[in-house]
Ligand binder design. Structure first.
Ligand SMILES: [Fe+2]
Ligand SMILES: [Fe+2]
Length: 139
């Protein structure tokens, strides 16, 4: 199955967030490799658990940044995160069943995350964060 290689067009311009996105994508690809190479089931489960924890931590980091800067689209953005988290944990629960189906579902998840979240919502959020950092802290 084709891997999703990082595309510089997906950069949001906010270094901390871009770094986490690149790392997440790399971890997802490693996970897909592990499924394809049919490595031990427990190893696949561990990789998926790590991925989920990282995804949750990443969403939390963005939410902290958005709250701190009074981001006007915070509610919508958090709703997307809730959707991402629930899809990801549904995948984790299904992980021990059919590896081929899991690989397909994870790839579909990745495409959704990149196309609908990183390229749209995360980019809007990053523009706001960059603007706020240029203005400096509010008195
Ligand atoms: Fe986000
Ligand atoms: Fe993000």
């Amino acid at each position: 199955m084709d891997r999703l290689a990082w595309n510089p067009e997906w950069e949001t311009g906010f270094p901390l967030i871009d770094e986490q996105h690149r790392r997440l994508l790399a971890e997802f690809n490693e996970f897909l490799d592990a499924i394809e190479q049919r490595v031990h089931g427990q190893h696949v489960a561990n990789l998926l658990e790590f991925l989920l924890e990282f995804l949750v931590a990443h969403c939390e980091e963005e939410e902290i940044q958005m709250r701190a800067t009074h981001y006007p689209r915070l509610t919508q953005h958090m709703a997307f995160h809730a959707h991402l988290r629930s899809t990801a944990s549904r995948l984790a629960r299904a992980s021990s069943k059919d590896p081929e189906a899991l690989a397909g579902a994870v790839t579909a998840f990745l495409h959704e995350w990149v196309e609908h979240h990183i390229k749209v919502e995360d980019r809007l959020m990053a523009q706001h964060l960059i603007q706020c950092s240029r203005q400096g802290p509010k008195p």
